[in-house]
Design a protein around this ligand. Structure first.
Ligand code: COA
Length: 369
């Protein structure tokens, strides 16, 4: 019997992150501790090297990220030439693939070269998204600042003005929370691709394609679409009851692995409450809580990482179709860590399918069909 969706299948060994009894850790450190204390750059280092950086190592990583944050003119031209109306995740998938063409080390498979490419990818992904957003609005792109951390730079490049500390901290924590998640769909896609000994850019392109779907990273955007559709917290209950009666999935709920709640959701819920209060738009938080209580009591499904991220990103002034690209900025850390790990101890990933099609069929000539 095949396991539909590979549910429960342990497909590899990994020392990057774990979900054991509903507890998420990165290299053994509980996500709650990291959410409270770590910067995104510390987490990037942790995922790549399996330990927290010392002060000089962290400073070097920040310097490397800042120095690699610009993108080639040709890729900017590609962003400019992207036809209107495409989803930013489609543009990101194409731009990341294009970056490979401008990386002289793209085909160098040594660990050192792959680590350098991981640094470049981590540095450039935020620039690509911010630049595309500026260009589609007919605005000039904003060059990254070498003295800014990644979260700060992204908001700066997006809006063209220096973000406040509350916004920087909120985005930084959101990036920490999304950075890795064991063998999730996009990470698995990345590992399958590079297990053929294809290059890191191919792996990341596969991962971005997988993240885009609404059952994975695309859910955060779908949550905001639902909140905007509901508009008024008073309407939340009837809206959700109707959807449930129609057997429509409520985005941002349920999880393949967590059956008793996603440990990341409580951090985002707290952030949502704070940020929606600061922006004077508490309705998004109030509505979210009503939906949370209803779906939990009616279906026994708890919110996942995407549910409260929607109102968090909205409060940061980020347009809805950039929510999933932000997920990609963060998960780039995990994807690249998993790709490095896959190369270290590689074997082609090639499962089997249980055949359920016709048997003993024969070729019939065209004019006899
Ligand atoms: C995350 C998700 C894809 C996991 O999928 P899965 O492990 O394959 O679980 P299934 O889709 O088989 O769901 C099992 C049951 O719960 C129901 N269910 C799962 N998620 C649901 C949701 N968000 N809303 C309503 N019902 C849901 C399914 O309809 C199914 O019911 P059934 O047995 O009566 O058919 C799924 O929960 C989902 O689609 N959630 C919404 C999208 C989302 O938020 N994704 C982000 C994940 S971090």
């Amino acid at each position: 019997m095949s396991a539909k969706g590979l549910e429960g299948i342990v497909a590899t060994q990994s020392s990057i992150s774990s979900i054991i009894d509903g507890v998420l850790t990165y290299a053994g450190i509980n996500i709650d501790e990291l959410a409270e204390n770590a910067s995104f750059e510390e987490v990037v280092y942790l995922l790549w090297h399996g330990r927290l950086p010392k002060a000089d190592e962290l400073a070097q990583l920040k310097k490397d990220l800042a120095e690699n944050a610009t993108i080639p003119e040709d890729v900017i031209a590609l962003l400019k030439a992207s036809p209107e109306g495409n989803h930013p995740m489609s543009v990101l998938r194409t731009a990341i693939s294009a970056l490979a063409l401008y990386d002289p080390e793209a085909q160098d498979m040594t660990r050192e070269a792959n680590l350098r490419k991981a640094t470049r990818l981590q540095a450039k992904v935020a620039t690509v998204i911010a630049a595309y957003h500026r260009l589609r609005q007919g605005k000039e792109i904003v060059a990254p600042r070498p003295d800014f951390c990644l979260a700060q730079n992204f908001l700066y490049m997006l809006n063209g003005e220096e973000p406040n500390q509350i916004a920087i901290d909120a985005l930084d924590t959101a990036l920490v929370l999304h950075a890795d998640h064991e063998l999730n769909a996009s990470t698995f896609a990345a590992r399958v691709t590079v297990a053929t000994l294809s290059d890191i850019y191919s792996g990341i392109t596969s991962a971005i394609g997988a993240l885009k779907g609404p059952l994975h990273g695309g859910a955060n955007e779908a949550v905001m679409a639902m909140l905007e559709d509901i508009k008024d917290p008073e309407q939340a209950e009837s809206y959700v009851r109707e959807k449930l009666a129609q057997k429509v999935k409520i985005m941002g709920f349920g999880h393949r692995v967590y059956k008793d709640g996603d440990p990341r959701a409580k951090h985002l819920r707290k952030m949502s409450e704070k940020l929606t209060g600061i922006t004077g738009q508490p309705q998004w938080y109030e509505m979210s809580v009503k939906i949370d209580e209803l779906v939990t009591s009616e279906k026994g499904l708890k919110p996942n990482v995407d549910f409260y991220s929607a109102s968090v990103y909205h409060s940061l002034g980020i347009p809805r179709d950039l929510f999933t690209p932000i997920f990609a900025i963060s998960r780039m850390a995990g994807w690249t860590a998993h790709i490095l790990e896959q190369y270290e101890n590689n074997r082609l990933i090639r499962p089997r399918a249980e055949y359920v099609g016709p048997v003993n069929a024969h070729y019939v000539p065209l004019d006899e069909r």
